[in-house]
Design a protein around this ligand. Structure first.
Ligand SMILES: [Zn+2]
Ligand SMILES: [Zn+2]
Length: 110
């Protein structure tokens, strides 16, 4: 949220284009790059190789974990719902028929 804005080097030149003035510094490797060489990711500037590393590793795992988390929650929710319905039905079915006759207490008396 409170990410510092990209540092603009005073007299640096782009790592790939020595004739161009650097516009931003890559937050991954710290090298200065021109506008065309950096890619903004979540308001942070990355060079091509660091951007690749970021999107190739971190973004994927984050998304995978997100999917796993959602799927896990869905499965757990369904299981919980199923167990609740199952046991509720089981309990209701196994209620002795004489329960409604008001004599069920006799079973538990010596
Ligand atoms: Zn970099
Ligand atoms: Zn450049």
């Amino acid at each position: 949220m409170t990410e510092a804005p990209p540092i603009f080097p005073a007299r640096s030149t782009c790592f790939h284009h020595p004739q161009r003035e650097a516009a931003a510094r890559c937050v991954g490797c710290g090298r200065p790059f021109c506008r065309e060489c950096v890619t903004p990711v979540e308001r942070r500037m990355f060079c091509a190789s660091c951007y690749k590393a970021q999107t190739g590793v971190r973004a994927k795992t984050t998304r995978d974990w997100f999917i796993v988390s959602i799927a896990g929650q869905a499965v757990l929710g369904l299981l919980g719902l199923w167990f609740t319905a199952y046991f509720l039905g089981k309990v209701l079915l196994e209620l002795p028929s004489n329960y409604h006759e008001g004599t069920v207490w006799q079973k538990y008396m010596p």
